[in-house]
Write a protein that binds this ligand. Structure first.
Ligand SMILES: NC(=O)c1ccc[n+]([C@@H]2O[C@H](COP(=O)([O-])OP(=O)(O)OC[C@H]3O[C@@H](n4cnc5c(N)ncnc54)[C@H](O)[C@@H]3O)[C@@H](O)[C@H]2O)c1
Ligand SMILES: O=c1ccn([C@@H]2O[C@H](COP(=O)(O)OP(=O)(O)O[C@H]3O[C@H](CO)[C@@H](O)[C@H](O)[C@H]3O)[C@@H](O)[C@H]2O)c(=O)[nH]1
Length: 480
């Protein structure tokens, strides 16, 4: 029986390995992690991450050919194929701080693989890494003086959170990069055969190692750039009376542009886009490509602009101050159907409102109070580190209340900010909400999910990203 071990039981390692185990019953898959609470979670009825469809997959394979363990070295030693899916956060200090990828966790995994291995192995880069990381990893692995052969492959993951299981079941493509040597090609074939259990062969793309690594950064940069482009356009819509939904639809019908990923929003979040673009910027700078680096930096700048523009709209609309006013924040995760808050735009928006001394009442169906308080009190890049290295969370923040339903959040509020497009927010009774709010009652839709006409009829003053402005807002210009 082929044995796979995956180092890192996170948002990628857990779901990816669960799907491999489901689709390949003849392969034994063990996911290992240094975090005991995470592994305990995977072995319990309360999985450590929320992802639609994940529980059913785990329940079907766990204990059959899917295992979760903290015995990292033992399982790595026994494996034929080792996937490495550990964190690759942005460096917080030293050379490249704020931009370069921190490969500490990858390097320590590679050293451990080299130390404990007694048989030949294929080592698969599942984490997102800078281009040419495989070269450095190869050096670590081959300097082990034990005459063991390690073949390294790049197999970046393209799943999106909230749709991870769907994405893994029918991916647009699977990418495998390897050395153009006989060993490299043989390893590519081995991994290809595993995916071919459920992915059509024409969707499995094989490249050289460096194209594999760079394609992942490039894909995320292009996706994020698309959102910043539509968000930049949304600011122009507000200034001119155009409607961003109409503009997106119009341009999306051009088959060269396409309709997906053109939703204007308060900004993109998630653990990947910002980190991977900064990583790309750093690589460009290291290669003397400063014009290229500056080009990609603008994607982040527009994203930051979009978040501060939103805060300014809220404050400006409410008579230029939100001091002591209760603002309800609906949604905190970076998108619907996930409890993940990494780089969630809600964090920057809440911090902006707190800076203006607002009182916040926050509700999200999947994010815990502890996580929200941590996010609002922790430095930006610290949250990307493994949980056990993060600073302990403070007990509370004076101006913030985390509540467990939307109606409690909005009661007596002056304004409501919709930060995540959870389906349940569309189904709330907005007449009831309006009746229980202070007047004038404001609603700021950061996701363009609300029926603006209906809300205005009830009496709300509504701001929706990139939509024709409410007459009230026209008289309260917000300069970002
Ligand atoms: N989250 C996503 O949607 C997504 C999608 C595609 C690619 N990626 C990339 O995949 C990688 C992992 O991302 P994630 O979101 O799963 O991160 P995560 O933080 O959820 O999981 C990483 C896990 O690795 C563990 N870990 C760190 N060092 C370890 C070590 N030495 N030994 C054993 N375990 C160790 C951590 O404890 C943690 O549980 C990153 O490079 C990320 O950029 C993420
Ligand atoms: O039209 C859109 C689409 C998305 N978003 C926002 O963009 C962010 C990222 O969304 P999405 O890409 O769907 O989720 P992620 O889980 O971050 O997935 C991205 O990042 C992963 C990690 O690298 C990749 O694997 C995926 O392919 C890539 O889509 C979220 O805040 C979304 O709300 C918008 O504002 N408008």
């Amino acid at each position: 029986m082929v044995k796979i071990c995956c180092i890192g039981a996170g948002y990628v390692g857990g779901p990816t390995m669960a799907v491999i185990a489901l689709k390949c019953p003849k392969i034994a898959v063990t996911v290992v992690d240094i975090s005991a609470p995470r592994i305990n979670g995977w072995n319990s009825d309360h999985l450590p991450i929320y992802e639609p469809g994940l529980e059913a997959v785990v329940k079907e394979c766990r204990g059959r050919n899917l295992f979760f363990s903290t015995e990292v070295e033992k399982h790595v030693a026994e494996a034929d194929i080792v996937f490495v899916s550990v964190n690759t956060p942005t460096k917080t200090h030293g050379l490249g701080a704020g931009k370069a990828a921190d490969l500490t966790y990858w390097e320590s995994s590679a050293r451990m693989i080299a130390d404990v291995s007694k048989s030949d192995k294929i080592v698969v880069e599942k984490s997102t890494v800078p281009v040419r990381t495989a070269e450095a990893i190869e050096r670590i692995l081959t300097h082990n003086r034990k005459k063991i052969n390690f073949t390294i492959l790049s197999n970046p993951e393209f799943l999106a959170e909230g749709t991870a299981i769907k994405d893994l079941f029918s991916p647009d493509r699977v990418l495998i990069g390897g050395r153009e040597t006989p060993e490299g090609q043989k390893a590519i074939e081995t991994l290809k055969d595993i995916y071919a259990n459920w992915v059509p062969k024409e969707k499995i793309i094989c490249t050289n190692l460096w194209s594999g690594e760079l394609s992942k950064l490039a894909a995320n940069a292009f996706l994020a750039q698309r959102i910043s482009s539509v968000n930049a356009m949304s600011a122009l819509c507000e200034a001119t009376g155009a409607d961003i939904s109409e503009v997106s639809h119009s341009i999306g019908t051009d088959s060269r542009i396409g309709p997906k990923f053109l939703n204007a929003s308060v900004g993109f979040g998630g653990s990947c886009f910002q980190k991977d673009i900064m990583n790309l910027v750093y690589i460009c700078e290291c290669n003397g490509l400063h014009v290229v680096a500056n080009y990609w930096k603008q994607v982040i700048k527009v994203n930051d602009y979009q978040k501060s523009r939103f805060v300014n709209r809220v404050v400006a609309s409410m008579f230029n101050t939100v001091a002591a006013k209760k603002i309800a924040v609906l949604g905190f995760s970076f998108k619907k159907d996930t409890g993940d808050t990494r780089e969630a735009p809600a964090i920057d928006v809440c911090k902006g409102l707190l800076g203006d001394k607002a009182r916040l009442s926050i509700y999200d169906p999947q994010v815990t109070e502890d996580q929200i308080i941590k996010d609002l009190s922790m430095k930006k890049f610290d949250k990307e580190q493994p949980a056990h290295l993060q600073p302990p969370s403070p007990t509370s923040i004076k101006q913030v209340a985390v509540v467990w339903d939307a109606y409690t959040a909005v009661k007596d509020a002056h304004g409501v900010c919709i930060m995540t497009e959870w389906d349940e927010f569309k189904k709330l009774d907005y007449q009831k909400i309006y009746d229980n709010m202070q007047k004038p009652a404001f609603l700021f839709d950061g996701r363009n999910v609300m029926d603006v006409g209906k809300l205005r009829k009830i009496g709300f003053i509504v701001y929706s990203i990139g939509k024709p402005l409410d007459p009230w807002l026209k008289d309260m210009p917000a300069v970002a």
